[in-house]
Design a protein around this ligand. Structure first.
Ligand code: ADP
Length: 544
């Protein structure tokens, strides 16, 4: 079995690692080992409320709630759930748009000891019904429109659920005392359904210990402190929305809910960040690039904004370089992780463009162990591509009521007895400095004429070529079983395809150099802002 490596790493290829290398892999790639806090999020938040009841906790539009008001609202919701018979770990769907009452609902569910399941009110009833059924959800928190949606889901699934209207629960006079429910570290905290782009959606479950560990990892990573304002920009069904809302609440900072409509126009988004005094934000790469384009066209000062984390897809080098050219004082954090492992597990903090010709996903966060495993499940040698696998407290409980798919992705950790690890399906390689180069998804791995090829590895090299803004490498099925590689690059007209060929040929074995390489002014995007590979595949056919 031929493994593909960059020429400079080829000498590391070997059957097995020496004991020393093995040790180096296991401990060298692990994050710092730190004690977990002695209480879980709800109690830690309570302590903050007592310490600074009048500090701003969350704001939206013209309204700001302080810690005491947010806590009182959350307590009312928790009390109502408990009065309805909610037990520890019962799943509570929150069918609400991102508003202040939504923030209270999230906290209320956690304080009552339930597991938070976000549902967007604009989702089709069929999809919602599948998720509620799959998670055996009996409680729903919503606003007016939730009733209709629930009636529709009940029609689909034939099950009725208790629906509480949050606006009623928040009336003055309702009991606003802390419910005093004690939360265990191994208690289920939340369930997020994956987008389902690869098959039916899966409900990833995470426990309180993993959640609180991640919150402190983010607090460290972006140096979150009292008085900071974090932009709460992500959709409630994307797990990053959780830390954006609640991490600030552990340090005396606040969250600013920014509406989706505002984010549609980058100039409105920037104006709101400025107005709300946002200091920390997190974006997906496609939106980051939209923002960057706006700042290049109309340069401006970003006020107190000092840190932008980027997550969800690979962060490319070109936008990072361009960012520091226009905003040298706003740091970027390449945040890498997955919902199944309580969100981020690795990060790379950048205060200038990286020295290497790609952006690494950096180092493991606290209490995370990272392995790069070959196809036999052995530790891959330094520099050799393998699957990225995570272990430690971040590893979630698996997919709700889905033993089959849980078993495939969550496996025994052979290096630490009694622990489990999560197979990301991502490929990467371990670099000498103890960081990881991300090489794309497992399904991006192909074999051509017997050679195993990581498409991401070719793309990373191509992106580093002068003048290339972005690129996609595709596998073309030519005659019968013959396969070949074709590349599309977004670059200016002066970039010659021949020069790109030479660039790649100097860095990669011949079987990894795509031919042809097509130059485009820009890569086509689909409706989610991701590169439209289907459109490119069709184009490849046309261009021949
Ligand atoms: P999260 O909620 O942590 O952003 P999702 O569960 O939505 O993650 O998706 C996880 C997958 O997204 C990862 O397995 C990886 O393929 C991709 N991903 C997330 N962050 C990054 C990153 N910084 N660089 C490259 N890929 C990423």
């Amino acid at each position: 079995e031929q493994l593909t490596t960059a020429p400079d790493a080829a000498h590391h290829l070997q059957e097995l690692l020496s004991d020393e290398e093995r040790e180096h892999h296991i401990t060298g790639l692990a994050g710092p080992v730190l004690p977990l806090p002695d209480a879980m999020f709800p109690q830690l938040f309570e302590a903050r409320v007592r310490a600074q009841p009048r500090a701003a906790a969350v704001s939206h539009g013209e309204t700001t709630w302080d810690y005491a008001s947010l806590n009182a609202a959350a307590n009312r919701i928790a009390a109502a759930l408990l009065a309805q018979g909610l037990r520890s770990e019962d799943v509570v769907a929150v069918v609400m748009d991102r508003t202040l009452p939504w923030a209270a609902a999230v906290l209320g569910v956690l304080k009552a000891g339930g597991a938070y399941l976000p549902v967007r009110p604009d989702f089709p009833a069929r999809r919602v019904a599948t998720q509620l059924d799959r998670s055996a959800c009996r409680f729903v928190l919503g606003q007016g429109s939730a009733r209709t949606l629930l009636a529709d889901t009940a029609e689909v699934s034939g099950r009725a659920r208790t629906c509480l209207l949050v606006d009623d629960l928040l009336q003055d006079g309702a009991d606003a005392r802390d419910p005093g429910v004690e939360i265990r570290p191994d208690q289920l905290a939340y369930v997020y359904f994956t987008s389902g782009s690869t098959g039916a959606p899966k409900g990833a479950q995470c426990e309180h210990a993993g959640m609180v560990n991640h919150l402190y990892a983010k607090i460290d990573s972006v140096d979150l402190h009292e008085g900071d304002v974090v932009a709460q920009t992500a959709s409630q069904c994307f797990d990053i929305s959780l830390w954006q809302l609640v991490a600030p609440l552990l340090v005396g900072a606040s969250a600013r809910i920014v509406d989706t409509e505002t984010q549609l126009a980058p100039e409105h988004f920037l104006a709101e960040l400025d107005l709300a005094g946002v200091s920390v934000a997190q974006l997906v790469p496609s939106y980051f690039e939209i923002l960057l384009g706006e700042l290049e066209r109309r340069p401006r000062d970003l006020g107190v904004l000092r840190s932008i984390s980027i997550t969800g897809e690979a962060l490319k080098l070109d936008p990072v370089r361009r960012w520091f050219a226009v905003q040298p004082h706003v740091q970027l954090v390449n945040a890498y992780g997955a919902t199944e492992v309580s969100d981020d597990t690795m990060h790379e903090v950048l205060t200038a463009p990286p020295v290497r010709d790609f952006v690494s996903v950096g180092r493991s966060l606290r209490n995370v162990r990272t392995y790069v495993l070959d196809e036999h499940g052995r530790l891959a040698p330094l520099g050799t591509p393998g699957e990225i696998v995570f272990a430690g407290v971040s590893v979630g409980r698996g997919y709700i009521n889905d033993a089959e798919r849980t078993r495939l992705a969550f496996v025994t950790d052979p290096y630490v007895p009694g622990e489990r690890m999560y197979r990301t399906g991502d490929f990467g390689r371990w670099l000498p400095e103890g960081t990881i180069e991300f090489l794309g998804r497992r399904d991006q791995q192909v074999k051509i004429r017997g050679y195993r090829i990581e498409i991401g590895e070719i793309e990373n090299k191509l992106r580093a070529a002068t003048g290339v803004r972005d690129c996609v490498v595709l596998v073309e099925h030519t005659t019968g079983t013959e396969k070949s590689l074709v590349a599309f690059v977004a670059a200016g007209e002066h970039v010659e395809e021949e020069a790109l060929h030479r660039h790649l040929a100097a860095l990669l074995p011949a079987y990894m150099v795509p031919s042809p390489i097509h130059r485009l002014d820009a890569l086509p995007l689909n409706e989610n802002g991701k590169v439209d590979k289907q459109a490119l595949a069709a184009l490849a056919q046309t261009l021949g």
